[in-house]
Write a protein that binds this ligand. Structure first.
Ligand code: FAD
Length: 489
């Protein structure tokens, strides 16, 4: 029989933060990880986390206060978020940077990674040597007596007379129960579960390209829901930019097509209409939100004149991901794209991969895209007029980006789809990270953290850089501290 004071379900950033906090306090902790590796999205995907008033920000003279961060975040959510939780997370964020640093996950305060955030005070603390750093955290956990069970999934929380008494787990075709008095559920939400995505995210899963944790299939949310937890706000996910993908092979990548996706050309929705100032691509969250609102996908429209141009010359626009890849790596930004001498072959490859289309006429392209020919032709005509006049009365795109009209065939379309880093709506919680019922009463002994927890966001994830990782680490630490108090009673 296995027993512990507390079982942590999931060994991503949130679970590790909770586990280390608890083990250091002398609690007996068993951390479950469904996969054969720990770390989750915070390790394989993320590059860094948000903090406010950190020691690094103070040393760098960054003028950005807890009050400013709080006000920025709650105005983004229109106060339709849990304000106590928001405040608690932001307040914890500075100490978490030092806490991680002391335990071997060092970070470096860098310029914000998105083009339109360059005037915003620096908030992004980039991981240094993250894979080794996550290893060090797990060693720390084990050095303090913590047990990590890999390839072991939590499947059910067992409650008796209103108290948590165990967690049922599945390991290597066997099911058994770990006796415990408290549980922290931190298994990453449900982006890896297409049925739940379809049910809660109001998007056809075919139009949603997930870069998130595939093993996050909603187990923890289901386990807490069985105890009566409030799941009414599950329908929130991290919309992050948009991607041109091949339905044949999601791993397909073509550098030219990737760059073309990250630039403000003409975009039309599934009805053939323009829907946004395309320079929204310089803010990943807003770009993602506009794509989602357009129905989950749109088409990037190009003509042969542009293709000829970019095959021979560079364009003085910034690839919206250039900063992420170059400046985080301390390379100099070029603020240029192209030339792409192979663009004909690149477009042909996209067409073969069912991610692109080519047509001799606009009518033919409209037919291939199944959009209204009339609407599509009107959209092009109107856009061309905007380019000629260098003015966009529809969506106010800057004249810098009104450069390429669509006049010379053949014409091309690339399909960009909603892209997600994970779900961020789950179980209602409070500033102690207790799992709450609909009446806001806590489920005794049950805590929730990271992508399993609701409350920090309204309808979408905000543009503050690194906020989701910050939420994972900080909510995990807060959950750990709350469990220590709970067990101390
Ligand atoms: C590509 C990518 C880039 C990103 N970049 C950033 C960034 O730069 N900054 C930022 O702030 N955020 C970023 N994010 C988001 C951020 O990484 C996540 O929001 C955060 O890491 C979530 O942490 P978590 O611990 O809640 O969940 P996860 O990291 O998903 O961890 C959950 C863990 O639980 C395990 N698990 C699942 N089910 C069970 C079960 N039943 N039993 C036991 N274990 C289970 C999973 O295998 C996983 O290891 C990025 C995400 C991705 C995908």
């Amino acid at each position: 029989m296995m027993e512990a004071d507390v079982v942590v379900v999931g060994a991503g950033a949130a679970g590790i933060a909770a586990g280390v906090t608890l083990a250091e306090a002398g609690k007996q902790v068993i951390m479950l990880e469904k996969g054969d590796k720990f770390g989750g999205a915070g390790m394989f995907g993320a590059q860094g986390l948000f903090a406010v008033e950190s020691s690094q920000q103070r040393a760098a003279g960054v003028q950005y206060s807890l009050k400013q961060a709080y006000q920025e975040l709650v105005s983004y959510t229109h106060y339709r978020s849990n304000l106590n939780l928001t405040k608690a997370i932001l307040k914890e964020s500075a100490s978490t940077i030092d806490w991680l640093d002391e335990r071997g996950l060092k970070t470096e305060l860098v310029n914000n990674t998105q083009e339109v955030h360059q005037q915003h005070p620096k908030v992004y603390h980039q991981y240094i040597d993250k894979f080794a750093a996550f290893d060090r955290l797990i060693h720390r956990f084990k050095d303090h007596g913590g047990q990590l069970l890999l390839k072991t999934a939590g499947t059910k929380i067992i409650q008796k007379d209103g108290n948590i008494v165990g967690v049922q787990v599945h390991q290597d075709k066997h099911d058994f129960v770990i006796d415990c008095s408290a549980v922290v559920v931190a298994d990453g939400g449900f982006i890896g579960n297409p049925d739940l995505v379809k049910e809660y995210l109001a998007i056809n899963p075919d139009n949603l390209y997930s870069m998130g944790e595939r093993k996050a299939t909603g187990d923890g949310i289901k386990m807490l829901a069985e105890l009566g937890a409030d799941t009414r706000h599950m329908g929130v996910f991290e919309n992050h930019a948009a991607s041109v993908i091949s339905p044949q092979n999601h791993k397909w990548h073509n550098g030219t097509i990737f760059s073309l996706t990250n630039l403000p050309f003409l975009w039309v929705d599934s009805a053939g209409n323009r829907f946004v100032d395309e320079s929204v691509c310089y803010d990943f969250a807003l770009w993602g939100n506009a794509t989602y609102t357009a129905g989950g996908y749109y088409y990037i429209i190009l003509d042969q004149q542009f293709v000829d141009y970019i095959s021979a010359q560079s364009l003085d626009w910034t690839d919206s991901f250039e900063r992420t890849f170059k400046s985080l790596d301390h390379q100099v930004m070029t603020h240029k794209v192209g030339p792409f001498p192979q663009i004909d072959a690149d477009l042909e490859e996209a067409i073969q991969k069912e991610a692109g289309w080519r047509a001799e006429s606009l009518q033919d392209l409209a037919q291939q895209l199944h959009v209204s020919e009339l609407d599509f032709e009107n959209t092009i005509k109107q856009y061309n007029e905007h380019v000629d006049k260098k003015e966009d009365p529809d969506f106010y795109k800057s004249s810098d980006y009104l450069r390429f009209s669509i006049r010379k065939g053949p014409f091309y379309a690339l399909k960009a789809r909603s892209t997600s880093l994970g779900t961020i709506g789950g179980i209602e919680t409070n500033a102690k990270m207790e799992a709450l019922k609909v009446n806001k009463q806590p489920i005794k002994g049950a805590y929730v953290a990271g992508n399993d927890a609701s409350g920090m966001y309204d309808t979408s994830y905000p543009t503050l850089e690194g906020i989701s990782c910050a939420f994972a680490w900080n909510s995990g630490r807060l959950a750990g501290k709350s469990v220590i108090k709970y067990l101390g009673k």
